[in-house]
Design a protein around this ligand. Sequence first.
Ligand SMILES: [Zn+2]
Length: 332
Amino acid sequence: MKIKRWLSGAFCLLFLAACSRNPVNESYNLNFYSDADEIRIGEEYHPQIIKEYGGEYNAPALRAYVQNIVNRLGDVSHRPQLVYPVTLLDSNEINAFAIPGGHVYVCRGLLAYINSEAELAGVMGHEIGHVNAKHGLQRMSKSTGFNLGAVILSLLLFQDDEDKQNTAYRVGQTVFNVALLSYSREDEMEADRLGIEYENKAGFSPLGVGRVMTMFERLSGVSSQLSTVLSTHPASSDRSKQARIEVRKLEEKGSINRELNRERYLEQINGLVTSAKGQPVKQLQIYTVQKGDAWDNLAARYFNGDAAKKLAWFNGCELSEPLPARIKLGLF
Ligand SMILES: [Zn+2]
């Protein structure tokens, strides 16, 4: 009995001590880690992530370009004191993510799908948003808190049976880890809001976040590469709707930048490798549209078939829209 009271008291104390103010929304969250811990954790994970994703994608100019965008967003974020180092990953997965401490990762697969600087800044703003709101860290703290709670609970429930204690602990831990594999819908929506806020403050077009969402929605039916990003970042109509509302709010306060900087972005990704590792190398080429070109005749010329809709979507357009001055070829 004594030990029970001691344990529950200790647990409550620990819980109170671990609540800290969130830099983004001023609410109190469970967080066992200081900023220094957070950076150390990030540095520990960093090499593992690079290994897991098949190494770094070696493109110094492109990396510098993405880093510059991320620096501008980081400077206007809620945690400008953090460094946000960018790593390009040699994977054609359509994915980007950030880890506690500020490391930001972009797979080349995602860079191939993006169509403008505003869209790239939108994705990066979203990822930095997760770091600023400490979403990953809270997940880790909950996991730590839970593991501790699970130990205490299994001790209390099965005081005389060590085997039962171990089993109860393991089952509880597995259930909880599965629940932690993806951010909550609320976290995603908060990261979207922060992404739009940072984009706007840093001078990018805040239309980027919404455009990326549209891209995911369009492509979810046509590309198997999307499965990973969609499982962690569900493209929902709620999120698209929220992105439109946030942009409207900004417009009510003053004029917003509507320049997507499509050309500037396309120049940066000319020649990007688009094939999966181990497959014959395919590279993206930026094609200058000629007089007489249309989605359907270009699709017929380059893909031997009726892929006009796919080609238009891949370039961030609907089939009904006119061709922009330059388009991307070479993804499929
Ligand atoms: Zn996210």
